[in-house]
Design a protein around this ligand. Structure first.
Ligand code: GLA
Length: 274
């Protein structure tokens, strides 16, 4: 049976650098997909070296493996988490969601060498269209929060690519606990915020991430430029830092006309192609 697994990317509204410190986050999945096509064979494997290594580490059966992806790599949109979720779900789609997340995280740690938390995997696996997912990393509980129509997001490429495995990801900054405490409060406040207040929270979040030491001067400059743009209600760096996308909250679709708005998506799906 040929199997296809389709996995979305994610954005994170707020709650950055909190997942590995038992904090809160508010991501949602977006309609940019990675597809893994699996054609079983009698023995052996074919496909890109990394994909085959991941597949074998996940206990996959002999197969031809093909990946196609719309998710930009190194842009803080969880391309590697999407890949690992696709591999784990491709081996066995009918698994408990949290088990899929843990297995995908383990692959990232052990095969890709990325010391990631669980934000990306949980954002993808628990996603519900039209909703953000409030994640509490202390007890790994999730709650779906309807996305208000007035929360219009655009993604602006910082122009810096970053590979998580190459950066000193786990900052030991003495400021981390304070960042997480403040960021948790912002996540809770965000949930009942109108767009104007959410924008202010995004700006505050960026300030804190900057202090945490996970931004770059060039990113700060771009974030400040965006924050000062008429109709932009707030902006901040998104994801692990040191590059990738900046998330901007805009008052309407015409603001930042060169960028299209972010559309929310459901979780991963799979098809058996006979
Ligand atoms: C990366 C990691 C996540 C999370 C974010 C920062 O995306 O993979 O686990 O730590 O950075 O919020």
């Amino acid at each position: 049976m040929i199997r296809k697994v389709i996995v979305p990317a994610r954005v994170n509204i707020i709650g950055e650098h909190t997942d590995y410190a038992n904090g809160l986050a508010l991501p949602f999945a977006v309609n940019l997909n990675l597809e893994l096509l699996i054609k079983p064979r009698k023995s052996d494997f074919s496909g890109h070296e990394t994909i085959v290594a991941l597949w074998k580490a996940a206990g996959g059966y002999p197969a031809d493996l093909t990946i196609t992806s719309e998710i930009p790599i190194g842009k803080g949109m969880s391309s590697s988490a999407a890949l690992c979720v696709a591999i784990v779900a491709g081996v066995e789609p009918y698994q408990d969601k949290m088990i899929i997340c843990h297995k995908a995280q383990k692959l990232e740690h052990e095969v890709l060498g990325t010391p990631c938390g669980l934000l990306d995997q949980m954002a993808i696996v628990y996603a519900k269209e039209g909703h953000a997912t409030k994640i509490n990393f202390e007890n790994l509980s999730v709650e779906h929060i309807p996305l208000p129509k007035s929360w219009l997001f655009k993604l602006v490429d910082s122009g810096f690519d970053r590979r998580l495995s190459e950066v000193d990801y786990h900052t030991n900054n003495a400021y981390l606990q304070s960042h997480v405490d403040q960021e948790n409060k912002r996540v809770i406040e965000a949930i009942n915020s109108d767009a104007a207040n959410l924008g202010r929270l995004l700006n505050d979040s960026h300030k804190s991430l900057r202090k945490l030491g996970v931004s770059l001067p060039q990113i700060d400059a771009l974030v400040e430029e965006l924050q000062a743009t008429k109709g932009v209600l707030g902006a901040r760096m998104m994801g692990g830092g040191f590059g990738g996308m900046i998330i901007a909250l805009v008052a309407n679709e015409d603001i930042l006309p060169n960028y299209s708005r972010v559309i929310s998506s459901n979780s991963f799906t799979f098809e058996e192609l006979g």
